[in-house]
Ligand binder design. Structure first.
Ligand code: B12
Ligand code: SF4
Length: 511
């Protein structure tokens, strides 16, 4: 929180991918959700005497019709600017804004953190001299130590864990690894939106889907995108011990869970602060039913009355479904079978279940009248156009047989840094040119095909017609045609607007 002169010690900047597109919507910004970790870090620093603020460049651009980081730096005079480079889609925008800041304020210290920055820390520090430090992985104590060093000259920089830095133009990797302790994890506050500049706007307008259609009014965003807004993302755990071929999660040796009592009371506090929806996106283990049932029981005791969206990575048990329906008057459970063909699911998903079990669970969800969304993916290792047809038939079966089905979303997979098929493309039968951070920077620069249509790889032999899988470009185009008409957004029926033309985004507005 700034002092009476509006000054901050550290300003976190979250930037969406400014130049993105999705037909028939047209131009949009994507990655509008700030990682929960950033709120916790800012709050943790504040509690330890460091004045912290958070800025969302996309929100500022919407509110003011322009985004100029210089204005904010001049106003808040932070000693440190810390970018969240969590999602790879942010690669281009983070680097561009950081460079602008350094050009104008040579003394400001620039730090990066988050999943993508962590994975490519060495390369980023080597190639972009205006980035001073990267904290890789868990960050609470390393960032606090680094701030102590920068602001007060405390401690020795060489001893800070998880810190990548430069010494005489050489990149020095961390000397030791820091992992958030269970006690600290339980004490972190993820819902302090007071530290976010224009936090009320963010809370009320940014949601899932994490996109903002450019050149459209507020009514359009609400009516056509129908986002889950005013949403708090309860953090229940960190890490996942499963292996899905496409998943670029952090490589942790163990996973952590927050105490159910801590999660429930954080949710209650979020409700008191005005949040109206919950989005649960972390349930790693078979057996997590018991954990959530305990959370739900506590929520009932606390009289929490919010909408809940629950991404269920495993198939929920009848006990869980019953309890969910009892706890939330209004709620959706989302299942992610990903592939219609069982052999594909087995090959690619760490959490396999059969189609028989999937449909038995669908029967239960219908019995308890729980609205259910279904997520499917395409373009996975081992898939070809015939297997894709099985996914289409699977979708038809879900639509035809169940009254409780809400959205069926079919997404093309994207190559993510650090995922098994990124680390070893040959093993998974794909060919890709995306190997380094610079490739993601390029892929997300203006003029690309758009995140939802750009896989970044191709699968030789996917189509019977080989011309369609000759290279990344032909593959991406052919995959778009294959998908056309099913699922989220590419389905024209979703957009009832008269005008689906692209709106031109003036790039100069952004900086
Ligand atoms: C929860 C989650 C979400 C939630 C996020 C809610 C939120 N507000 O954070 C939701 C559902 C919104 C989400 C959406 C998406 N997600 Co997601 N998500 C996850 C998941 C399951 C857990 C991450 C998490 O919250 N962990 C708990 C937090 C507390 O821990 P943490 O992340 O380790 O916290 C640290 C970082 O946040 C870091 N940090 C972040 N920024 C900064 C900045 C600085 C300066 C510092 C020092 C540190 C720092 O510091 C924290 C503290 O140590 C991971 C998979 C996994 N198992 O990790 C995928 C994952 C991160 N998501 C992924 C993807 C692709 C997406 C989407 C792009 C999907 C899509 N196509 O729509 C969207 C992006 C939406 C957006 N940003 O607008 C990928 C990311 C791959 C990549 N490298 O880009 C992952 C790895 C899953 C996968 N399939 O590969 N996601
Ligand atoms: S996609 Fe798979 S590996 Fe990644 S977080 Fe989900 S269950 Fe874990």
């Amino acid at each position: 929180m700034a002092n009476e002169n509006n000054e901050l010690d550290i300003l976190f900047i979250h930037t969406p991918k400014f130049n993105d597109r999705l037909q028939p919507l047209g131009e949009m910004t994507f990655i509008n959700i700030i990682p929960s970790g950033v709120f916790a870090l800012a709050d943790f620093l504040e509690k330890n005497g460091v004045r912290a603020g958070i800025l969302h460049s996309g929100v500022e651009w919407i509110l003011r019709g322009r985004f100029d980081p210089v204005e904010y730096i001049e106003k808040h005079r932070p000693r440190v600017v810390a970018f969240s480079l969590h999602w790879h889609h942010q690669s281009y925008d983070v680097i561009e804004i950081a460079q602008k800041i350094r050009e104008r304020f040579p003394d400001i210290v620039i730090i990066l953190g988050g999943l993508t920055a962590s994975y490519f820390a060495g390369e980023i520090l080597r190639e972009y001299p205006f980035i001073d430090y990267i904290i890789s992985g868990d960050s609470e104590i390393p960032l606090l130590d680094l701030m102590g060093h920068i602001l007060k000259g405390e401690g020795s920089i060489s001893g800070i864990p998880n810190l990548y830095r430069r010494e005489e133009n050489k990149v020095i990797p961390p000397v030791s690894r820091y992992i958030t302790s269970p006690d600290l994890f339980n004490s972190l506050v993820y819902h302090n939106y007071d530290l976010l500049i224009d936090g009320d706007f963010y809370r009320l307008h940014m949601g899932i889907p994490a996109i903002w259609a450019k050149g459209r009014d507020f009514d359009f965003q609400k009516r056509e995108l129908d986002p889950i807004t005013n949403v708090y993302f309860p953090v229940t755990g960190k890490g996942c011990l499963h292996i899905c071929t496409w998943c670029g999660k952090e490589k942790r040796h163990s996973s952590l869970r927050r105490e159910p009592s801590v999660v429930a009371s954080a949710i209650k506090k979020a409700e008191e602060k005005g949040f109206g929806s919950l989005y649960f996106a972390h349930n790693t283990c078979p057996g997590s039913d018991d954990y959530y049932i305990e959370v739900f029981e506590r929520l009932r005791k606390l009289n929490v009355n919010m909408f809940a969206y629950f991404e269920s990575w495993v198939l929920p048990s009848e006990r869980f479904i019953k309890d969910f329906a009892r706890t939330f008057q209004d709620g959706v459970i989302a299942l992610s079978p990903d592939a219609g063909a069982e052999d594909l699911r087995r090959l690619n998903k760490g959490l396999f279940y059969s189609n028989k079990r999937f449909f038995e669970t669908m029967d239960l969800l219908e019995k308890y009248n729980v609205e259910t969304d279904i997520f499917l993916s395409f373009g996975m290792p081992g898939e070809n156009e015939d297997k894709f047809r099985e996914t289409r038939r699977f979708i038809e079966k879900c639509r035809k047989n169940y009254n409780n089905v809400g959205e069926i979303c079919l997404f093309g997979l994207e190559l993510e840094p650090g995922s098994p098929w990124f680390d070893d493309p040959e093993k998974y039968g794909i060919i890709t040119g995306r190997k380094k951070f610079a490739d993601f920077y390029k892929a997300h620069a203006p003029g690309g095909r758009g995140s939802f249509a750009s896989s970044g790889y191709y699968i030789p032999g996917y189509f019977h017609d080989e011309k369609k899988c000759r290279d990344v470009d032909s593959f991406e185009r052919a995959m778009g045609e294959l998908k056309s008409g099913i699922g989220w957004f590419e389905d024209e029926r979703h957009l009832t607007t008269e005008d689906t033309e692209d709106t031109e985004f003036k790039n100069e507005k952004q900086t």
